[in-house]
Design a protein around this ligand. Structure first.
Ligand code: HMG
Ligand code: MG
Length: 296
């Protein structure tokens, strides 16, 4: 099994979409550029969604249009529909992510449609992406629990992941949106999905509400996943998942992976400095690892 793990840094998107204060466009651009300088290979940059739904990312065109893209680094963006696709393409995005959920109740709040309707909405986006040579990631939210309906059957996660895979998504990210998962449950969910979608095309996305994210990632690495989503300084949350805290911190994930002898290509000290800077800008706490290694 490969010892290389791809980290998908979602801080500039998942991390910033839920912040209570307006973040200057300059700070967002600096964050994306500094993250790409740490050795990260994938930095999710922003979302081309409706501004009233996510006011924090209403400057997506300006952010994406102004970042200096580093060769070899991928910059996917979230797209909920064809309108979002057109906006993203207009400023040169060449990789996108569509997003739906395994729970009807969450999907309705988040993107105002049923799961089936969301898949119908994505069909023309995926068709255009295929024709344009644009890579598409598909997110499935609420894979281990929903803030509105509670338990989410694994069979639903499998059904939605399979549908996204069949529709042409190159990678499916399984999101524990509210961070309620625990290791054995997370591993079973991943292994069950991997019977229908190849493990090489799966990613895991943990929010850290109950402090379980690292343990969950470890269990999923054991099961064979090699793509992990995380957010610098543990920023993040979804405005449609109240009470959920940030994503697992990228610094903590990289520290754990280094300890396991796995490779990420990321300079942990450089990443910790970026985490320290953005936490200061947003008046947020540092990651555990960031605090520890910057003090040494
Ligand atoms: P809707 O109101 O049903 O859409 O929203 P609509 O098609 O009826 O359009 C309503 C208005 O929005 C129209 O404007 C459209 O033009 C406009 P009006 O005519 O009234 O002036 N509109 C847009 N504007 C800009 N860009 C667009 C766009 N689309 C429509 N792309 C919609 C449906 C999906 C658009 C809306 O609900 C939305 O944007 N939702 C986004 C929610 C979101 O971004 N949530 C956070 C990301 S998901 C997440 O965080 C989970 C994840 O991290 C994984 C995990 O943790 O589980 C990925
Ligand atoms: Mg998320």
């Amino acid at each position: 099994m490969s010892d290389h793990v791809t980290i998908v840094e979602v801080g500039p998107r998942d991390g910033l979409q839920n912040e209570p204060y307006t973040i200057p466009t300059e700070v967002k651009i600096e964050l994306i550029e500094r993250l790409a300088d740490t050795g990260l290979g994938v930095v999710e940059a922003t979302s081309f969604v409706a501004a009233p739904a996510i006011p924090q990312l209403a400057d997506a065109e300006e952010v994406f249009g102004r970042i200096q893209r580093k060769p070899g680094v991928r910059y996917p963006v979230l797209v909920p529909n064809e309108k979002g696709y057109e906006r993203a393409r207009q400023v040169g995005a060449d990789e996108i992510a569509v997003f739906t959920a395994a729970s009807e109740a969450f999907n309705k709040k988040n993107i105002n449609c049923t799961i089936a309707e969301s898949l119908q909405r994505f069909a023309p986006v995926l068709e255009r992406a295929r024709a344009d040579g644009v890579r598409v990631r598909g997110y499935v939210s609420t894979v281990l629990g929903c803030p509105y309906q509670g338990e989410v059957p694994v069979a639903e996660v499998v059904r939605v992941a399979e549908a996204l895979h069949e529709a042409g998504c190159a990678e499916i990210s399984l999101g524990d949106t509210i961070g309620v998962g625990t290791p054995a449950k997370a591993r079973t969910m991943l292994e069950t999905v991997a019977k229908s979608v190849p493990m090489e095309q799966l990613a895991v996305h943990f929010h850290d509400t109950y402090g379980q994210a690292l343990a969950n990632i470890h269990a999923c690495l054991d099961a064979g996943v090699r793509v992990v989503d995380s957010s610098v300084a543990g920023l993040g949350g979804c405005p449609y998942a109240r009470g959920a805290t940030g994503n697992v911190a990228t610094e903590d994930v990289v520290y754990m992976l280094n300890g396991l002898g796995m490779k990420t290509g990321i300079d942990l000290m450089a990443l910790a400095r970026v985490g320290d800077w953005i936490a200061g800008e947003l008046d947020r706490p540092r990651s555990r690892t960031g605090q520890a290694i910057l003090k040494r």
